[in-house]
Structures are given as C-alpha cells and as structure tokens.
Design a binder for this molecule. Structure first.
Ligand SMILES: [Fe+2]
Ligand SMILES: [Fe+2]
Length: 267
C-alpha cells in the first residue's frame, strides 16, 4: 500500500472515530442525562426508592464523565492531527429521538425520553463489547471504550430496575404507545452511522459508488442479526416485566426481527 493510500485510510478512520466520540458525547448530555437528572431529583414523577434515585445521581456523574473523556480525546487528537471533521449530519439515533420528541404530547414526552434511555442503557452494542479486545485499535481508544463499558454494565442493572418500576407505574394508554415504539428505538439506536460513513466516502467516490459501498458493507440480513444480538438482553428484560404479553407488541418486535431471536427461538 502506498503512503498516500495509508494516509487516506488513516484520515477515514479518524473521521469515523470522531463521529463515534461526537455521538457518544451528544447522547450522554442531550438524552441520557436529561432523564438521569429527572430521575435523580424526583422530577420524573415516578415513585422511585431513595437508593435508586441516588444511583441515578451516580449515573448522571458517570455520563458527564463519558462526555468529557470523548471531548478530551478529540482535543488531544486535534493537537497532533490537523483535519476537518465532517459528521455528515446527526447519528440516526439522535435524529430519530429529536424528530419523535417533536411529535409527542407534552405529558408523553418524559415517558418517551425515559424509555429511549432505558433502551440505550440496556443494549450491549458491538462497540462496547468488542472494541476493548480488538488488537488493531489504538490503546487510547480501547481504554476509553473499556472504561465506558465497565460503567455501562452497572447502568444496565440500574436501568433494568428502573424499567420494571416505570412499567408498573405507566398508564394502560402509555404502555400501548411506548411498547409500539420500542422496536424503532432499538433499531435506530443500533443502526450504522450512515450519514458519517457517507461523508467519509463521498470525498473519494461518486454518489452511486458511495451508496453501493454502504449497501455492500452493511448487508441487510447481517445488520438485522447484529441488532437482534445487541438487543437480546433488552428484549429479555421487556419480556420479564410482562411487556410482551400483548400480541400487538410481540408482533411489532417480530416484524423488526427482534422478539423470537431474543428468546432463543431462531438463533
Ligand atoms: Fe455512558
Ligand atoms: Fe450509561
């Protein structure tokens, strides 16, 4: 490989790293910590045990730190590398979140946000589970992701408990609405960051070639399997609290390829 080629690949990887760090940073303070703060202070309106509320304060601090270490790493990299970062737009999860929030009735909004956060806090993404063990990834990034994954394992336990409590306190109408949206929460959250990938490729390829590369790199069936696998424990949680008892909910999950796989029926 020529020097020019390896320089090009290095730039593309840096762009993608910045997309990931920017998404993590924004997710923590734009989404997760809004809900964590409401849970911690009692502003959520949920009847939460005092020790759970205190744990939500801890999550609030953890997430602020996750934002900080992403911003810090980007600043350190910028110190050594001069390049212009183009995010290509919002990550699909943030885009979806902000669009849906606009359409929510004011009284539904905190519930929508809470369950979006429950999804994000209970999924086990391929990045969190895989990157810390990936020898090709530079140590600073591996350590950052490993540190994050360790905290998120604790958040997973806490938000599983919060989910159980919240579901028990949601009205019947809210339960129907939330459970119908959950499969979309999951799929959008775990979708590849195509705006970022498009931004990287479009500087070097024509638009049709860019779209071909994205399609070939993320085959539909492979993406569905990755989503089903990363969401397995979240779907099991929903099943455990009785959410799947409603046939329409089960069907909504099945349509997205989530439910049967998660309970071990097809994989
Ligand atoms: Fe986090
Ligand atoms: Fe978290």
């Amino acid at each position: 490989m020529s020097d020019a080629d390896s320089q090009l690949i290095r730039r593309a990887l840096l762009q993608y790293l910045f997309s990931y760090l920017t998404f993590t940073d924004r997710l923590e303070h734009e989404v997760v910590n809004q809900t964590a703060r409401r849970l911690a202070t009692g502003a959520s309106g949920l009847d939460l045990a005092a020790e759970l509320r205190l744990d939500c304060y801890r999550v609030y601090c953890d997430e602020a730190y996750h934002s900080l270490f992403c911003a810090d790493l980007m600043q350190q990299i910028r110190h050594f590398e001069e390049f212009t970062f183009d995010s290509g737009g919002n990550h699909p999860a943030l885009d979806y979140f902000h669009r849906q929030i606009e359409d929510c009735l004011p009284e539904e909004r905190p519930w929508f946000e809470l369950f979006f956060v429950i999804v994000s806090e209970t999924l086990i993404s391929g990045v969190l589970s895989g990157v810390p063990h990936h020898a090709a990834v530079i140590p600073a990034v591996r350590m950052l992701v490993a540190d994050h994954a360790e905290d998120e394992a604790g958040h997973h336990r806490l938000f599983s408990r919060v989910c159980e409590v919240a579901w028990g306190q949601a009205s019947a109408a809210l339960r129907v609405k939330i459970s119908s949206l959950l499969p979309d929460f999951i799929v959008n959250f775990l979708s590849p960051d195509t705006p970022a990938i498009r931004a990287i490729l479009s500087g070097h390829f024509t638009q049709p070639a860019t779209e071909d590369i994205i399609r070939e790199s993320y085959p539909e069936e492979q993406s569905r399997q990755a989503v089903a696998s990363a969401s397995r424990s979240t779907v099991r949680l929903f099943e455990r609290i009785g959410m799947m008892e409603r046939a329409e909910t089960r069907e909504a999950f099945e349509r997205r390829g989530l439910f049967l796989r998660a309970v071990g029926g097809r994989t």
